[in-house]
Design a protein around this ligand. Structure first.
Ligand SMILES: NC(=O)c1ccc[n+]([C@@H]2O[C@H](COP(=O)([O-])OP(=O)(O)OC[C@H]3O[C@@H](n4cnc5c(N)ncnc54)[C@H](O)[C@@H]3O)[C@@H](O)[C@H]2O)c1
Length: 291
């Protein structure tokens, strides 16, 4: 896909991985719409990113169909097109046994991670198809759920499993219907990612507050670093700009469906899972500090 001169929309674009995607797309000569739920973050991102190219900031709550529809309208009003939609906004719930999660954990996380992607597809894809121009939808999933779940992260992992499967359905349909659009999955990977996901609670709406105290304290970047300093080991931080380049490179290849660093690590995991399922067994999970 040719990127230069084209228009990209990135949800969750004002922070973490989304902001890195915006930088990468601007550096490719794209015009970029930064959509994020926190107005101050949108303003700060637009101020910072504008040095690289043409940027439009739109405060958007992806869990609201009306808000995402308004995002599409603003995009077409300003640029008359969208060639690349990155449904990237995502949040993480507290780690908990499934029976200790709450209804609002599910409503919030699936509302943003799953319905946010659905709203993006519903608002943008019909317009993108109607334009007759080539286009692409990249949905940010996670190896946690998309490949295998961290059991403690049931709410998050199940939301990302849904994102991966719905993206595969979308990609098949866009092809079989003969459209000029493609869809692909992005699995952020390569190491630990220094992003706001660790502190997702900052954007949790009051009406979806947890109904009871969380069973586990949130893991934060600061806590991880303190653990590493105490244990005398280095944390494998992955550079976010390098990660975003993987998506840019993947978009150049029409056949690439899965953008990821260390893609070769998927095979052994999936084969282990497939063997367990074939034998009717529960796949084994490696214990990790994050569940
Ligand atoms: N950080 C990781 O380790 C990791 C790993 C795999 C996948 N991911 C996925 O990457 C994506 C980006 O996450 P990140 O790590 O950059 O986290 P982040 O918190 O730094 O960025 C997420 C952005 O989404 C925004 N956002 C939250 N709720 C929103 C809503 N309702 N509407 C619009 N925007 C909203 C936040 O304001 C934030 O700017 C997410 O989908 C996440 O699940 C992250």
């Amino acid at each position: 896909m040719q990127l230069s001169g084209r228009v990209a929309v990135v949800t969750g674009g004002a922070g973490g991985i989304g902001a890195a995607l915006c930088r990468a797309f601007l550096d490719e000569g794209m015009r970029v719409v930064v959509a994020d739920v926190v107005p101050e973050r949108v303003d700060a991102a637009v101020a910072e990113l504008s040095a690289r190219g043409e940027v439009l900031g739109v405060v958007t709550d992806v869990s609201s169909p009306e808000s995402v529809e308004a995002l599409a309208e603003r995009t077409w009003d300003r640029f008359g097109a969208c060639h690349l939609l990155c449904n990237n906004a995502g949040v993480g719930a507290p780690s908990a046994n499934v029976w200790e999660t709450t209804v609002n954990d599910w409503r919030w996380v699936h509302g943003v991670n799953v319905m946010g992607v659905v709203h993006g597809i519903l608002a943008f894809v019909p317009r993108m198809i109607a334009s007759g121009e080539p286009g692409h939808v990249v949905n940010t999933s996670s190896g946690d759920g998309g490949i295998e779940p961290l059991p403690a992260a049931s709410v998050y992992a199940s939301s990302k499993a849904a994102v991966s499967i719905l993206t595969e359905c979308l990609a098949q349909q866009l092809r079989s219907e003969g459209t000029k659009l493609r869809a692909s999955i992005f699995y952020p990977s390569g190491g630990l990612l220094r992003t706001g996901l660790w502190e997702s609670d900052r954007t949790r709406p009051a009406q979806l507050a947890r109904e009871k105290p969380r069973p586990t304290e949130p893991m934060t970047v600061a806590k991880l670093e303190a653990m590493a300093a105490k244990g005398g080991f280095d944390l494998p931080w992955q550079d976010l700009d390098e990660l975003a380049r993987v998506v840019v490179e993947g978009l150049r290849d029409d056949e690439e469906f899965l953008h990821m660093i260390d893609r070769e690590t998927i095979g052994p995991k999936l084969r282990r899972r497939a063997e367990a399922f074939e034998q009717g067994r529960l796949p084994e999970h490696e214990a990790t500090p994050l569940g």
